[in-house]
Unconditional design. Structure first.
Length: 376
C-alpha cells in the first residue's frame, strides 16, 4: 500500500511539475518585488538602499539605465522664471533617482493643463494647487481659503503628506500627486491704500483667476463683484484700474512690469491662502515607490524653494504691504470658515483635508475656539 501511495505521488509530481515550478517561480518573483517595494516605501532606511531597490523594480522601464520622463511646467515668466529654474534643479536631482527628465515650459496655464489631460505630451505637470483640484481634490484643497494661516502650517502639512501612510490619498486611480512646494501666499491686492480691509471692497469689482472658483465665492461673501480671468488678463485689468482689487498668488506682482505699478496700490499682508505648485503625474508612469521618493524630496527641499520665493518677492516695496488689525482678522476668519463650509457641502473642497488643516491650526494655537468646537 505504501508503495502504491509513493508511486501515485511520484506520478503527480511528474505530470504537475511544470505548473508547480512556474507557480513557485511566480511566487518567488512576487515575494521579491514585495520586499523591494517595502524597501522603497520605508523612509527610515538609507536613501541609497531605497534607490537601489527602486531601480531593480523599474528595470524594465529603463533605457540605458535611466527612466525617461517628460515634465511639463507652468511659469508665467517662461524658462527664465522662478518656477522653471526650480525644475532645472529638480532635473539634476532626479538623475540620482535614475530618472532622465525632459522639461517643457508653458506660459499659458490652460494649455499646460490640457497637455496633461490628453496624455500625449506630459508624463507629469507642475501646476498650481488650484489647478490641481481636478486631478486630486485632497491635494487641491491645500489652497482652501484661510485654511493655512502661514508657511509654517503648510510645512507641517507637507510633512504629514509625505508619510507613506498618506500614499492612498495621493492617487485617484488615474493621476498621482508627486510633490508640493510653496510659491508664497495668495493675497488681496487693492488699487488704493485707503482700502484697508477686504470688506472695504463691497460693491466694487475684484478680479480672481477662473481656475480657482473658491476665490470668486470669497469675493461674493465680502459683498464685492467677482470678475474672472486668467492671471495675465487679471494683472492687466488691475494695473489699468479696471477693477478695484485682485485676489491672486503673490507671483502676480512679478508679472506686472514696473511701469504698470502705481505707488498707491497695496497688498493686505495676511494671506488669503497658501499658494502652492504641485507635481501631478499619470499613475502608470509613476509607481508608488518612485512617487513616494519624489514627495519626500519635495519636502526635503521645502526651505530651499521657500527661500527662492522670498528672494523673488523681496522686490515688492515694503510700503505696499498693509498690516491687518486684530478685529479685522477675526472678522475675515469667520468669512473664510463660511466659504470653506459652503464649498465642502457643495463637494468642491475635500472634507478630510479640511479636518487635517484644522488639526494643524490647533497644533499651533490650541486656544482657538474651533479646537474645542470643530465645524470641519
Amino acid at each position: 500500500m505504501k508503495a502504491k501511495i509513493l508511486l501515485a505521488s511520484l506520478f503527480g509530481l511528474l505530470f504537475l511539475s511544470p505548473a508547480w515550478a512556474a507557480g513557485t517561480s511566480d511566487d518567488l518573483e512576487s515575494r521579491r518585488n514585495s520586499k523591494l517595494e517595502a524597501t522603497v516605501m520605508n523612509p527610515n532606511l538609507p536613501l541609497e538602499k531605497r534607490i537601489r531597490a527602486l531601480k531593480k523594480l523599474q528595470k524594465d522601464e529603463m533605457v540605458d539605465g535611466r527612466i525617461l520622463r517628460t515634465f511639463c511646467v507652468w511659469d508665467p515668466l517662461g524658462k527664465a522664471g522662478p518656477i522653471s529654474s526650480t525644475v532645472d534643479d529638480q532635473k539634476l536631482r532626479s538623475l540620482h533617482y535614475g530618472m532622465d527628465l525632459t522639461v517643457i515650459t508653458f506660459q499659458d496655464e490652460n494649455q499646460l493643463i490640457e497637455a496633461l489631460r490628453n496624455e500625449s505630451q506630459c508624463d507629469a505637470a507642475l501646476i498650481r494647487g488650484a489647478a490641481a483640484m481636478e486631478f486630486n481634490r485632497f491635494a487641491g484643497t491645500i489652497e482652501a481659503v484661510g485654511a493655512l494661516p502661514d508657511r509654517q502650517h503648510l510645512q507641517l502639512l507637507m510633512q504629514v503628506m509625505a508619510n507613506p501612510r498618506m500614499a492612498p490619498r495621493m492617487s485617484n486611480g488615474k493621476y498621482k500627486v508627486l510633490g508640493v512646494a510653496t510659491i508664497g501666499g495668495t493675497y488681496a491686492f487693492v488699487g488704493d491704500q485707503k482700502t484697508r480691509r477686504m470688506k472695504d471692497l463691497k460693491g466694487k469689482k475684484v478680479a480672481y483667476q477662473d481656475l480657482d472658483p473658491a476665490m470668486g465665492e470669497l469675493i461674493r461673501q465680502v459683498g464685492a463683484v467677482p470678475v474672472s480671468g486668467n492671471m495675465m488678463a487679471n494683472v492687466q485689468t488691475y494695473a489699468d484700474g479696471e477693477v478695484s482689487g485682485m485676489v491672486s498668488p503673490a507671483i502676480a506682482y512679478l508679472v506686472m512690469g514696473s511701469g504698470q505699478i502705481s505707488g498707491n496700490i497695496g497688498i493686505l499682508k495676511t494671506p488669503v491662502a497658501q499658494s502652492t505648485i504641485q507635481l501631478i503625474g499619470r499613475v502608470e508612469k509613476f509607481p508608488d515607490g518612485l512617487a513616494q521618493i519624489l514627495r519626500e524630496d519635495f519636502l526635503f527641499k521645502f526651505e530651499n524653494y521657500a527661500g527662492r520665493v522670498d528672494k523673488e518677492m523681496s522686490i515688492v516695496p515694503s510700503n505696499f504691504w498693509m498690516e491687518d488689525k486684530a478685529a479685522d482678522l477675526k472678522n475675515i476668519e469667520d468669512i473664510y470658515l463660511d466659504v470653506r463650509l459652503k464649498l465642502r457641502e457643495e463637494g468642491y473642497y475635500d472634507a478630510a483635508m479640511l479636518r487635517l488643516q484644522r488639526k494643524i491650526r490647533c497644533k499651533f494655537d490650541p486656544a482657538r475656539s474651533e479646537c474645542a468646537n470643530p465645524k470641519e
